[in-house]
Design a protein around this ligand. Structure first.
Ligand code: SF4
Ligand code: SF4
Length: 125
């Protein structure tokens, strides 16, 4: 197992190899239409250790941490925690996609408060 796969499993506390690609996580995700990689594909890429494909994806930031995928997974995998682990790895590189401090007043007024709160939580995780 590659160090990247081990790290994702350690940070998330999930067994990636338990996933058998049924797709139930993606089928229930409320923001899947905005994702470039679907939740089940995130798990598959993580199993394969395809680090750059995962860390460069928009999907890990689009995820709203709603946990719907967690409750739908027949294998008991907490997909949201896996995605959070990927965000943590990315944040440790200090290459954030969004810097709230850089947003203009007009942009801040336009962004739903929950999105800002979510970003702040992700920045400090
Ligand atoms: S629901 Fe669970 S087993 Fe099915 S694809 Fe998603 S992570 Fe894998
Ligand atoms: S936690 Fe993220 S990936 Fe899972 S259903 Fe919610 S938005 Fe989709």
């Amino acid at each position: 197992m590659s160090p990247f796969v081990t790290k994702v499993q350690q940070l998330s506390g999930q067994n990636l190899l338990a996933c058998y690609q049924c797709g139930k996580c993606s089928a229930g995700c409320p923001v899947v239409s905005q994702m470039d990689i679907l939740p089940n594909q995130i798990i598959r890429l993580a199993q394969l250790g395809l680090r750059e494909d995962l860390l460069e994806s928009k999907a890990i930031w689009v995820c709203a941490s709603c946990m719907t995928c967690n409750v739908r997974c027949p294998k008991g995998i907490n997909i949201a925690e896996v995605i959070e682990a990927l965000r943590q790895i990315m944040l440790r590189r200090r290459e954030d996609h969004v810097d709230v401090k850089e947003l203009s007043d007009a942009e801040r007024a336009d962004v739903p408060p929950i999105a800002l709160i979510s970003s702040l939580r992700k920045f400090t995780s």
